[in-house]
Design a protein. Structure first.
Length: 310
């Protein structure tokens, strides 16, 4: 669709399920998650939990809630705040693609008090556009919201059934199901949460221009041509775009082009001349100057650093 802002933001990320785990919760349970370069999901099937971030902010989850962590922010999730948290790296030292586990947390001699399904989804961080980078550390869809979204509600129920009675190819099925659950949950959360991406999605006048910048950045866009695409005057378009996205149209376009430049420098051997054409810059010199201003290194230095990284 021409106005699918969410799709234009998520598609370059190439989200794919990495691992999942089934947590059986007993009194005294608590888990500490370190920062991870992936999106995370917690589906609170039964019981309750408190999610605490490093800055002290807290969010309570109750039965039926779905929590999504777009960038894998560090947090502690616990049945009670006084519990001593176990590190997720100790509980799941190998979170390699396709891995799964059933974890018994807390005092296993006591009666269970809840159950949570968790998953990690890898994505390409070099393709994370500004609208995705600005998402909050956590987005929560409450149980009553899920009840009105049959597709997501049925999918989560199906994930639970597959966990209890796995069939052939269960690992692949579960990972693909969590991918869809994340996208559906994100869509639902953005419809009701005040985020930059949510505001952009809900603005039908800006949708065509955002999709154009996100997906057709190689074209010779200017602010006047983008305004024309939106059906607004240049001044009105600039004012509305800036108020909604938080940055001016030309700045957003430049950021998108430089993001693609980073990806091509990291993932390909294309010379800068070809990259400049691929990302919509009229000259290699212009791209080089913009890259240095933004990244404080030359394109060649950036490529060398990425290739030398472990």
């Amino acid at each position: 669709m021409d106005d699918d802002v969410l799709g234009s933001v998520l598609a370059p990320l190439r989200l794919h399920g990495s691992y999942h785990s089934d947590w059986r919760l007993h009194p005294g349970w608590a888990v500490r998650g370190r920062p991870e370069p992936r999106a995370l999901l917690h589906y609170m099937f039964s019981g309750s939990a408190v999610v605490t971030f490093a800055d002290g902010s807290r969010h309570t989850l109750t039965s039926g809630d779905l929590a999504m962590f777009p960038r894998g922010a560090a947090h502690v999730v616990a049945g009670e705040q006084r519990a001593t948290a176990q590190d997720i790296s100790d509980l799941l030292p190998e979170r390699s693609p396709g891995a799964s586990a059933v974890l018994t947390l807390g005092d296993a001699t006591a009666e269970p008090i809840g159950r949570m399904l968790c998953a990690g989804l890898d994505y390409d961080p070099t393709a994370a556009q500004l609208l995705y980078q600005l998402l909050p550390d956590v987005l929560i869809v409450r149980a009553h919201q899920l009840a009105d979204q049959r597709m997501l509600a049925h999918l989560l129920a199906g994930i639970l059934d597959e966990s209890d009675t796995p069939g052939a190819g269960a690992e692949t099925v579960q990972l693909r199901a969590f991918e869809l659950a994340y996208v559906l949950g994100l869509r639902l959360a953005l419809a009701t949460t005040d985020t930059v991406l949510g505001r952009a999605i809900r603005n039908p006048r800006l949708a065509p221009t955002l999709v154009a910048i996100n997906t057709r950045f190689a074209q010779p866009w200017t602010v006047p041509t983008l305004a024309e695409l939106s059906g607004m005057s240049e001044s009105t378009f600039t004012r509305e775009f800036t108020a909604t996205v938080g940055t001016r149209p030309a700045t957003y376009l430049r950021a998108r082009r430089l993001l693609e430049t980073k990806r091509l420098l990291a993932d390909t051997a294309l010379p800068l001349e070809q990259i400049s054409t691929a990302v919509g810059y009229g000259s290699t010199i212009g791209l080089h100057q913009a890259f240095v201003r933004e990244c404080r290194v030359t394109p060649g230095e950036f490529r060398a650093q990425r290739r030398s990284a472990p």
